[in-house]
Design a protein around this ligand. Structure first.
Ligand code: CP
Length: 314
């Protein structure tokens, strides 16, 4: 992927995945996100780095957070943004995604933000693109790189040294693109220990993340954790129902106040959303003092500003 994502000078050309992206590139994006967050907080306005640029959101799957924050990020940086209407487009008449991309590129689009249910679609479009840059907004269970970056920024805001951190991800890791991007960024930033917890049927293949510890018992996994990232059951990506009894799932894997007491006293509670209260997380924990779930959402904007500005720099 590095040949597609980085140009011959090692500069980021598309943002498709965090897998294989080195610490230097990741830290540069997080630093830039922090600078942009400060610039917009201090002055109410900020640098119009994308003035004259056109960004097109191509979302073939539902989204609340990602599509909105890409749009807000692009507009705040001065770009023109178009939300492409898939349902009324010629993709319904059999036009290929490649032809759709070429057509929109011919209208001088500079960047496409792509979400698609099939793994590899953003990479496929990046290979096809002549000039425009591609930002992956989530493909299948493969990658969600800006979510991984905003999660890393949310942790880094409170813990600069990842090597000291025990991070637990709990839930449907197998079907989660967020989990994959989180695991890639946490590994690149040198997280001290990463634990994965959930039913065996929802764990990744044993050789996919050899640096992570699989701890099926969630009480054991959460003990001493500095960061607990909860994930929803992604039923839309399950070939068959892998969890039938949600009440039993919550008893075994739900993050409750009682369970959270086993974690470090200042442990961060995270969730990428959308969140299912009472299934993977109790409402009082989601809304509680240790929750940084809305900080994750807020950090999505500067992270996406940083990504777009970095890719579209002349
Ligand atoms: N975290 C996330 O990708 O949320 P949306 O599906 O609402 O974009």
């Amino acid at each position: 992927m590095s040949g597609l994502q980085l140009d011959s000078n090692g500069r980021l050309r598309h943002l498709i995945t965090l897998e294989g992206l080195d610490r230097k590139h990741i830290e540069a994006l997080l630093d830039r996100a922090t600078e942009l967050r400060d610039a917009f907080a201090d002055s109410g306005g900020g640098p119009q780095l994308l003035s004259g640029r056109t960004i097109i959101n191509l979302f073939f799957e539902a989204s609340t957070r990602t599509r909105t924050s890409f749009e807000l990020a692009a507009r705040r940086l001065g770009a023109t943004v178009l939300n492409f209407e898939i349902s009324s487009s010629s993709t319904n008449k059999g036009e290929t995604l490649e032809d759709t991309l070429s057509t929109l590129e011919a209208m001088q689009a500079d960047a496409f933000v792509v979400r698609h249910r099939e793994n590899g679609t953003p990479a496929r479009l990046a290979r096809h693109s002549r000039r425009a840059v591609i930002l992956n907004a989530g493909d299948g269970n493969n990658a969600h790189p800006t979510q991984g970056l905003l999660d890393a920024l949310t942790i880094r805001d409170r813990h600069a040294d990842f090597s000291r951190l025990k991070v637990t991800l709990c839930g449907d890791i197998r079907h989660s693109r967020v989990a994959r991007s989180d695991l890639h960024v946490l590994t690149a930033l040198g997280a001290g220990e990463i634990r994965l917890s959930g039913p065996a049927a929802l764990m990744p293949a044993s050789d996919e993340f050899p640096n992570c510890h699989i701890v099926e018992n969630f009480d054991d996994a959460v003990a001493g954790s500095d960061v607990v990232i909860m994930l929803r059951l992604q039923r839309e990506r399950m070939a068959e129902a892998l969890v039938n009894d949600e009440a039993d799932y919550f008893r075994r894997y739900g993050l409750t106040t009682e369970r959270l007491r086993r974690a470090a006293a200042d442990a961060l509670v995270m969730h990428p959303g959308p969140m299912n209260r009472g299934i993977e997380i109790a409402a009082d924990v989601a809304d509680g003092p240790q929750s940084v779930i809305l900080d994750q959402v807020s950090n999505g904007i500067p992270v996406r500003m940083a990504a777009m500005a970095s890719l579209l720099e002349a």
